[in-house]
Design a protein around this ligand. Structure first.
Ligand SMILES: [Zn+2]
Length: 435
């Protein structure tokens, strides 16, 4: 069966998370893999929360290669869609449906690579492990995190390849392929303003918690947090600078980069660089007041804080404090239970060179750069096992396809003809990494 049919079948299995119900996809994949003489294992962390693991055996001279993916998708607002989000329909040259880009397309790619290994039976120096995991879109707790805690032997590997990389961004006619070499960490914060309570009929705005909080939020969202250039982003900026007509040394100078950034003509690339070169603290949840005629003495906002590799909790708190100032009765609280570490894997050495070479083998004009992801993925769960992870899910989209606007959006869809190129790149890459 061809890749598109598998993608359609996977889209038709509703694995919206919550609740997940990834067992549908895990069972489907297990059936396909068993048909190719694999001995897949379906593991349920909770009823319905299924993950599937299969292994192609090499001679074990080197630690395995892990192809990991997630089987869940984010929920949909069905009324906003042109086609049934769980129909897997083909129309206008696209396969439509939730997961077409994130990431049942990549599940399919990795599946086809496993089927090709089973058919061609190459002799490899590493095992190749396929891990289709539950629960990436919510917490990972019922998916990869569970597997790491309870079945580490099944997924232990030296190298991990997954989503968020090797997908082109176009810049002045150049196809830029960022490969994800790391991601930011979480530092959730709360801004808490305190003042006097009172009656809503006689407000004292000179000492008013909601007003203090509003001023703090206004200051925070008006200011840019400082620029930090990690080794990964320095490599990327040096490669990109000449394509934009910028001096590489100036573009890598944290003091000058913010002023130069607007000269990057692609908004997608501009956003990528912006978010990968600073910590962030986005206000997301507001809370104050219990009754319309009572002035609350406390007002709070939750900040979705993200830190670059090398940045500490104290660093981001100091940056937020500098942005909001010290003249307001607003404290910054750190919710440590939501912390996760940033990751950064050096964009150098034989593994990195193999990834770059295999993109350029089938796309000689590609400009490959390393990147840090602003968000987080399942790759964090693998850190305790010492797996070196890369976002490497090659797709050759054309310049007019607006991928970034469709991931997690309405009418998620993928061009029918875009899977095969990436499957060939991924297959060659797997062979080379395991030879
Ligand atoms: Zn994803």
């Amino acid at each position: 069966m061809n890749a598109i049919r598998h993608l359609q079948n996977l889209i038709r299995l509703n694995t919206s998370n919550p609740p997940g119900n990834e067992i549908l996809a895990a069972d489907y994949l297990a059936g396909v893999l068993a048909g190719a003489e694999y001995e897949p294992r379906v593991i349920e962390s909770e009823p319905g929360r299924g993950s599937v693991i299969a292994r192609y055996n090499g001679d074990a001279a080197k630690r395995p290669l892990l192809l990991f993916n997630h089987l869940d998708v984010v929920p949909v607002e069905t009324d906003e869609w042109t086609h049934n989000p769980f129909g897997g329909e083909i129309a206008d040259g696209y396969v439509w449906g939730r997961g077409a880009l994130d990431m049942k397309n990549i599940v399919t790619q990795q599946l086809i690579v496993m089927l090709r290994l089973a058919a061609e039976r190459p002799a490899l120096k590493r095992d190749v492990i396929f891990a289709g995991c539950a629960d990436e879109e919510v917490s990972g707790k019922f998916g990869l995190e569970y597997l790491v805690k309870n079945h580490a032997d099944l997924i232990d590997a030296e190298i991990g390849l997954s989503e968020s990389g090797a997908i082109p961004i176009y810049l002045n006619g150049n196809a830029i392929f960022p490969i994800q070499c790391g991601e930011k960490g979480n530092r959730r914060l709360v801004l808490r303003a305190k003042a006097a309570p009172g009656h809503g009929a006689s407000p004292n705005y000179d000492h008013y918690a909601i007003r203090y909080l509003a001023i703090a939020i206004e200051r925070l969202t008006r200011s840019q947090l400082p620029t930090h250039i990690t080794p990964t982003m320095e490599l990327a900026l040096r490669k990109l600078a000449p394509l934009i007509g910028l001096d590489p040394d100036e573009f890598c100078d944290p003091a000058r980069m913010p002023a130069l950034l607007p000269r990057v003509p692609s908004s997608e690339l501009r956003n990528m660089i912006y978010n990968s070169t600073r910590n962030s603290a986005a206000p997301t949840i507001l809370q104050a007041g219990v009754k319309a005629n009572v002035v609350p003495s406390v007002a709070e906002v939750t900040l979705d804080g993200r830190v670059l590799p090398g940045q500490t909790t104290a660093d981001i708190i100091a940056e937020v404090r500098a942005a909001i100032g010290s003249d307001l009765p607003v404290e910054i609280v750190h919710l440590a239970q939501h912390d996760s570490n940033a990751l950064e894997s050096p964009a150098e050495g034989p593994i990195w060179d193999t990834l770059v070479r295999n993109i350029r083998k089938r796309k000689p004009e590609a400009i490959v750069v390393p990147n840090l992801l602003a968000g987080g993925t399942d790759a964090k769960s693998l850190a305790p096992l010492g797996v070196r992870t890369f976002g490497f899910s090659p797709m050759d989209f054309s310049p007019d396809f607006d991928r970034s606007g469709l991931v997690h959006g309405h009418d998620e869809r993928i061009p029918v003809d875009s899977l095969d190129w990436g499957i060939d790149v991924l297959y060659d890459t797997v062979l080379e990494l395991c030879s």
